[in-house]
Design a protein around this ligand. Structure first.
Ligand code: PMP
Length: 292
């Protein structure tokens, strides 16, 4: 599988050569931020949105990205260019960097940047047709006043614990609630719920990552006259829904057909899901910053 890696200042072309110092605070404490980005047809999709979110996440944890945004953008484009791929998944990481033991970030003299560009791993095609079976995780999404889910940090244990619950329950994915019981998001995706022809998604203040795919869907709805709104929802709203789907950079759009044994809608991916997926695919053909 072709891979291109930017290892804090140098480009390497294999995973074996891409070694990170053991005293990296990203590893020791999850002290850092990241982005998951896609390239489609030789273009980095929604690059500005991803760069903006990365710098906002970094600012929130008082981490200075060691490159100006434009320069890091060039490095990102070069890294994906070196894969020779047209379609790729890109992981962009900024960590506190190597330093002595102890959580004090001042122990790390310089933040580090790591980029992995590689082939994409899609959900198996059958899931797009059959849909996902989900569970409502008992692990609640992080409270924004403890660790704001809007910050895309290297601390993903909250989400991983929810994913483990899904695995333990023998289903595909987990849906997370916030501490008050409102629907938040999937373990690594945002959620959309179709109610009487309206696409509904939880507002960011519920405590979710403000997904870029979510934003793209909102834009597409506006352009095509499809009604959408942000809405607080509880589990019963999911059970009553006509359709449910998840969205994210990695998953793109993926339908949900069952939650804790309850069939959603007619148990098959619905027409609004299909419509949004078609529009999204169309958009990925033209939207993005070219790297060739
Ligand atoms: N929520 C969480 C917790 C995520 O990790 C992600 C990204 N995988 C998303 C939502 C979707 O965000 P985006 O569309 O920007 O990839």
């Amino acid at each position: 599988m072709p891979v291109s890696i930017f290892l804090n200042g140098e480009y390497v072309d294999s995973r074996e050569k891409a070694l990170v110092p053991l005293h990296e605070h990203g590893l020791l404490y999850g002290d850092g931020v990241f982005e998951g980005i896609r390239a489609y047809h030789g273009r980095i999709f929604r690059m500005k949105d991803h760069m903006d979110r990365l710098y906002h996440s970094a600012r929130a944890i008082m981490l200075e990205v060691p490159y100006p945004k434009e320069e890091l953008g060039e490095i990102l484009l070069e890294t994906v260019r070196r894969t020779g791929l047209e379609d790729a998944y890109i992981r962009l990481i900024v960590s506190r960097g190597p330093g002595d033991l102890g959580i004090d970030p001042r122990k790390c003299p310089r933040p580090a940047v790591y980029i992995i560009a590689s082939a994409i791993q899609l959900y198996p095609k059958e899931k797009l047709v059959k849909g996902l079976r989900c569970t409502i995780a008992s692990t609640r999404r992080n409270r924004p006043d403890c660790l704001n889910p809007q910050i895309k940090t290297l601390n993903y244990l909250n989400n991983i614990l929810a994913k483990i619950e899904a695995i333990q329950s023998g289903v595909d994915e987990a849906i997370m609630l916030n501490e008050a019981g409102y629907v938040a998001e999937g373990a690594a995706d945002n959620i959309w719920v179709v109610q009487d022809g309206v696409l509904c998604t939880p507002p960011t203040h519920v405590g979710i990552l403000e997904g870029i795919t979510r934003k793209v869907l909102m834009e597409m709805c506006d352009e095509h006259g499809i009604p959408w709104r942000e809405k607080n929802m509880v589990v019963h709203d999911l059970i009553k829904a006509d359709e449910i789907f998840l969205c994210g950079t990695g998953a793109e759009l993926i339908p949900v057909v069952e939650i804790d044994g309850r069939v959603i809608g007619n148990g098959h991916p619905g027409p609004l899901f299909q419509k949004m997926l078609d529009l999204f695919r169309e958009r990925t053909r033209t939207d993005g910053v070219p790297f060739r």
